[in-house]
Design a protein around this ligand. Sequence first.
Ligand SMILES: N[C@@H](CCC(=O)N[C@@H](CS)C(=O)NCC(=O)O)C(=O)O
Length: 209
Amino acid sequence: MTVQLYCFGESGHSYKVALALNLLGADWTPVHVDFFKGATRTPEFRKLNEMGECPVLVDGDTVTSQSGVILFDLVAQTGKLGGQTEDDKREALRWVLWDNHKMSGQIGTLRFLMNFLPEDKRDPAVINWLAGRCKAALTTLNAHLDGRDWMVGRGVTLADLSCCSYLFYPESFTFDRADWPNIDRWLSNIAALPGWKHPYDLMQRAFPV
Ligand SMILES: N[C@@H](CCC(=O)N[C@@H](CS)C(=O)NCC(=O)O)C(=O)O
């Protein structure tokens, strides 16, 4: 049965799940959520996800939000992308938690403030402060990837999919791959996986160019 992913192209959190579904060769359909027109704040959407966030995965009667939980569900269902050992699984969880707090949680917000918020509402002081936090997260990621092809163990796991998501987007958010050689190499490893697609090729975007 086709699973439905409530998502939108600009959503890096949604991209983590869309990419996992694609790498797994799952039968899935994106359902576009008009986030920029307030769709996640409507009572209808809140019935689907009380947290008012994308992504939401609907698999029959099972409705799941939080990209990290959805990714772990996909690992449990398929036995793939979870790492080879119990230590790998635990380590992958550690990085998914870090990503949600320090990477995607901050980089997604910075990208929103710099690109999608109306220009007259952009506060340079807030943007500068957040850009510093994002640089610290990228420094941690780049250092971890020194001498490693993947975040955890010897193959791709959900930790890679969680941490990489915002870094494939083209909009400017103070991130340039050329400044981060280990991250750059790792992103190339991910983009070379069979089934990899760019976020805007997997999910409908609100701001088509
Ligand atoms: N930790 C959550 C974050 C989800 C999230 O922040 N989603 C954004 C889109 S990228 C959203 O729907 N935000 C709605 C809002 O803030 O009103 C996850 O990983 O699923």
